[in-house]
Design a protein around this ligand. Sequence first.
Ligand SMILES: Nc1ncnc2c1ncn2[C@@H]1O[C@H](COP(=O)(O)OP(=O)(O)O)[C@@H](O)[C@H]1O
Ligand SMILES: [Mg+2]
Length: 301
Amino acid sequence: MAGISCRHINKSYGDLEVVEDSNLEVADQEFIVFLGPSGCGKSTILRVLAGLEEITGGDLLIGGRKMNDAEPGDRGIAMVFQNYALYPHMTIRDNIAFGLRRLKTPEPEIDQRVGHVTGLLGLEQYLERKPTALSGGQQQRVAIARAMIKSPEVFLFDEPLSNLDAKLRAHMRVEIARLHKDLKTTSAYVTHDQMDAMTLADRIVLLNGGRIVQIGSPEEIYSTPATLFVAGFVGTPAMNFLRLTAHREAAGWKLRRGGIELGITGEGFALQDGEDVVFGLRPSRLRIMGMILQGSDCPAP
Ligand SMILES: Nc1ncnc2c1ncn2[C@@H]1O[C@H](COP(=O)(O)OP(=O)(O)O)[C@@H](O)[C@H]1O
Ligand SMILES: [Mg+2]
């Protein structure tokens, strides 16, 4: 059991700052999702947590222990990648057992633990097959089993579902959510797919250009986006932006431009008369108002 603390973490390659001064406290048992567009530094953050990259500034703690310079094998983590990275010449059983064999775990214990994780993931009937004889989804489950068998304190997932078709993705999302409910292992999951994030996350860490732009529950991120970028990135179909000018009226505000005029009531915003604003409109929140007309001049159905 372990939480993760990132304190002013920085990662640069030469002059290129890929992760900027990032602060994050992940609670024990929490499922945190790093979400953002391609190239925003998600994999880099995960690789920093895993110890595959060194940080260039700040402190990293896992389970309260400083891990800045710890070897990957000493961090209590297990990582699942997008490309399943299974050994093609080994059976599924040997792929899953590989890490424990390297640790010289006794064979009877390996058997017992392989039985346990393959039972959890529904892989029992495939143990003697080679990876090529499995579907993409089954191979990804093997990769998860291989990570799980180490009983890590923290799971790290880097876009684990990106190679799967939409239907399988949806299925595996549910599987991963179920596993987390059973095991409760602290998890950090990287994705550019907002459906992954919305379904799995206790909290989402939204990244843009190497910076954390918002941290919050899926509901908070969706309903109270901190920036225009977050508002536009989260939600399908995407939020529409109307650039309008605010005008004070006797009862509330009017937002106008061109032929558009919107009356605004409510609270929670501070407008100036004449201010240019961006009005965000989610298609899913639009309501169509109408009425059924049944007069004698209406055509019969
Ligand atoms: N080893 C490296 N050397 C130099 N730049 C790198 C290296 N690894 C990643 N980068 C750069 O860091 C940025 C973030 O990369 P990455 O973390 O892989 O993004 P993401 O996973 O969000 O798509 C990119 O601009 C990428 O080109
Ligand atoms: Mg990546």
